[in-house]
Structures are given as structure tokens and as C-alpha cells.
Design a protein around this ligand. Structure first.
Ligand SMILES: Nc1nc2c(ncn2[C@@H]2O[C@H](COP(=O)(O)OP(=O)(O)OP(=O)(O)O)[C@@H](O)[C@H]2O)c(=O)[nH]1
Ligand SMILES: [Mg+2]
Length: 265
């Protein structure tokens, strides 16, 4: 039993309540802000990068190469079914978080596009193309092998780019900070002899149908809000047209450019 009894004077109730309320919001506020700060620091060191492009173009293989991860054994047969996450760790606690949007034969594609371009907008985009050499893949849910001519696949690349370019434009105009885009022309081992010409055909100002869409995107987004690079790459080494050393050099050049665009170097 308390000697002073229940009527002992204490701090006036309103004062105490106000004081504890201030302490509570202070602590809670700091706690609430902490994940936000951690998140910001993480994003600076490990920016998020969407990897987009049509099915069979080589997105998963490229992300695996960049993340220095050995590709899955069955990668050649089936396309990705869901958004894949890969992390590249570089020196001094820097790197990238790649979000690979599955190609057009995956049911989860639209949700994945929303995720990277709207719900949690990425810092940069690698849009992958392959000069019409995308591996034909059957539509999700059907069986049997798929066939498509190079001309079909080139047309499909353009259609896919039209959709993705719109997504990039609407993200770029909404965001307060600039966004970067790298158009990665992969499977360079299949057309190494014409590499310069092919890269040019995907570039702004080239006058090609793809290049025209890049120009449209830059006009929509505003030049200061969106940087565009076009770089060749190859995820497989040692082919008839490209040595392992040359293929590795292309991957390294792409990685170096990503680091520059993210302010890592
Ligand atoms: N020759 C060559 N083949 C490649 C290269 N990159 C990928 N491939 C092959 O192309 C096929 C498709 O590659 P993926 O990485 O699975 O393609 P994806 O873009 O992830 O396709 P989805 O998951 O269906 O959207 C696979 O059989 C790969 O082995 C490359 O640089 N050169
Ligand atoms: Mg894939």
C-alpha cells in the first residue's frame, strides 16, 4: 500500500500527457525515418535497374553475366515466368540491383512493368535488343516449339520497344531526378562483323524505325531528364565471330558505363 495514498499531487495531467506525446512522436518519428534513410543510402550505392526487352532476346543471360552468376541449365528452353532479381556487387560497397522484367510470353509481365516503372520507379533502364536474333519462344501455356523469322523478330522488337518507351517516358516526366537508359544490343557474337552498323540502327538520330522511336522518347521525356546510350554486348564467349576476351570486354564496357551513369566512379 502506498504511504501517500492515491490523492498525492503529481505533475498536472495535461503537462505530462503533452510531454510524453512529444517524446513519443520524436522517437517514433526517428524510427520511421530510419528505414527511409537506409533505403536512400542503399539506392545510392545499389541503384535499381530495370532490364526490359522482348522474350528470348537475352535479358536473363545478360543480367546473370552482369551479376557474375552462372546461368540456369534450362535457360535455353524456357523463358522467365516472373520478375527476376540479380545483384552485382562491385568494389567499395557499390553495385546494382537488376530487376529483369519477363518477356511477352509471361503472364506476370504487366505486373512486373508496373512494379519497375510505376510502383517503385527504377534509377535506370537497360533495354535489350538482339538485331532480330531473339530466340523464338512459344506463348505461355502452349506446348511445342516456336518458329519465327528474323524479320518477324525484328518487328516484334520494335513493337516491344514502343510499349516500353511509353513506360519510360511517363516515368521520366513524373520523376524529379533524371533517368538513364542504355540500349544493350546483345548477341553481338552473331553479327560481330556488322556491329557498328547494327548499333547505329538502334541509335537516336539514325532514321531507322527503332531510332525514330528513341527520338520520340527523348522528345517526350525531355533531353535533360533522360540520357540514352547504345552499347553492344554478348553474354556468350568464344564464338566464330567473337573471342571470349572480346565478349568479356563488351560486358566490362557496359558495366563501366553503368557505374558512370550511377555516379559510382
Ligand atoms: N549467341 C548468343 N545467344 C544468347 C546470348 N544471350 C542469350 N542467348 C541465348 O538466347 C536465349 C534467350 O536468352 P534469355 O536470357 O533466356 O532471354 P530472355 O530475354 O530472358 O527471355 P524471356 O525470359 O523469355 O523474356 C537463350 O537460349 C540464350 O542462351 C548471346 O549474347 N549470344
Ligand atoms: Mg528471361
Amino acid at each position: 500500500m502506498s504511504p501517500s495514498g492515491p490523492s498525492r499531487p503529481v505533475l498536472p495531467k495535461p503537462g505530462l500527457a503533452a510531454l510524453s506525446a512529444t517524446v513519443a512522436t520524436g522517437v517514433l518519428g526517428a524510427l520511421a525515418a530510419a528505414p527511409e534513410r537506409v533505403n536512400r543510402a542503399l539506392r545510392r550505392r545499389y541503384p535499381t535497374v530495370a532490364v526490359t526487352g522482348m522474350t528470348g532476346v537475352g535479358k536473363t543471360q545478360l543480367a546473370d553475366r552482369l551479376a557474375r552468376r552462372s546461368p540456369a541449365a534450362d535457360a535455353a528452353e524456357v523463358g522467365s515466368a516472373v520478375l527476376e532479381r540479380r545483384t552485382r556487387r562491385s568494389r567499395r560497397l557499390h553495385g546494382f540491383r537488376f530487376l529483369v522484367v519477363p518477356g511477352d510470353n509471361a503472364a506476370t509481365r504487366l505486373g512486373a512493368l508496373d512494379e519497375v516503372f510505376h510502383d517503385e520507379p527504377v534509377d535506370g533502364v537497360i533495354h535489350v535488343v538482339a538485331n532480330g536474333y531473339a530466340t523464338p519462344r512459344r506463348a505461355g501455356g502452349t506446348t511445342g516449339s516456336a518458329t519465327a523469322s528474323r524479320a518477324d523478330q525484328l518487328a516484334a522488337e520494335l513493337e516491344d520497344w514502343t510499349i516500353t518507351a511509353h513506360r519510360i517516358a511517363s516515368m521520366a516526366v513524373r520523376r524529379p531526378k533524371p533517368v538513364w537508359l542504355v540500349i544493350a544490343v546483345t548477341k553481338a557474337d552473331l553479327f560481330a562483323e556488322d556491329l557498328d552498323e547494327v548499333v547505329r540502327s538502334y541509335s537516336p538520330g539514325s532514321g531507322s524505325p527503332f531510332g525514330d522511336k528513341v527520338d520520340e522518347l527523348r522528345a517526350l521525356a525531355g533531353g535533360a531528364r533522360l540520357s540514352v546510350d547504345v552499347l553492344p554486348v554478348s553474354s556468350v564467349g568464344d564464338s566464330a565471330q567473337l573471342t571470349t576476351k572480346q565478349a568479356n570486354a563488351l560486358v566490362d564496357r557496359l558495366a563501366t558505363r553503368l557505374a558512370q551513369l550511377s555516379g559510382h566512379v
